[in-house]
Design a binder for this molecule. Sequence first.
Ligand code: AP5
Length: 216
Amino acid sequence: MNLILLGPPGAGKGTQAERLVEAFGLVQLSTGDMLRAEVKSGSELGQTAQKIMDAGELVPDDLIISMISNQIDQHSDAKGVILDGFPRTTAQAEALDEMLSDKDLTMDFVIQLEVSEDTIVERISGRYSCAKCGAGYHDTFSQPAVEGTCDKCGSTEFSRRSDDNPEAVRSRLGAYRDQTAPILPFYTDKGVLQSVDGMGGMEEVFDQIKEIVAGG
Ligand code: AP5
């Protein structure tokens, strides 16, 4: 089973992908996480990507398309993949189609998380993660069981993303509206797009996604 999670920044794509990985044994392919790993490694791609990401703009299509194609190949024996943050432009959606047909794969579900802009700002401004294992938390909605200690690895160091500031968030929302939302009709026309109300709690949203996946 292969699926795409679509939605604006902070809609909960990563949060839901994590649950899908646990429940269905799928592999999460997050282009944002891949780019952040490149930035951390100091690679040429990472250096190019950092400035673009900090400005809240989109990294060039060709870099992203080859990165995701390699990752799909590397996980060819997985039960399926969750594309989180890809595709984000019409060119990426078209390239994905071609890639899937070349690799003899299908996309079973395209799930859009619908969340209001006020909620997005609230979610992004409270988000932080474990600096060691990357587990995600939120100041209000998802705190560690023991304050200041990661539930997953016990680390006491946390960090916040450099693009989670008001200016970059405004720009990320603009990029979503102008470049990503226009790909929704592409998937509506294919009859695979399903929308989920992303405003509820994390488990409520996950229940809706499970229903879609089970119904397919
Ligand atoms: P990326 O990392 O993909 O960022 P994004 O799309 O902006 O999405 P986020 O990771 O911010 O949010 P999310 O939807 O995963 O929400 P989360 O689950 O964390 O991309 C970053 C940058 O990389 C881009 O700006 C671009 O520059 C570049 N890039 C990446 N892919 C690219 C591509 N394909 N093409 C070109 N450039 C690309 O949730 C947010 C917070 O809310 C968390 O704290 C969480 O705990 C909380 N939360 C989640 N769900 C709920 C809920 N239901 N109730 C309460 N709280 C919740």
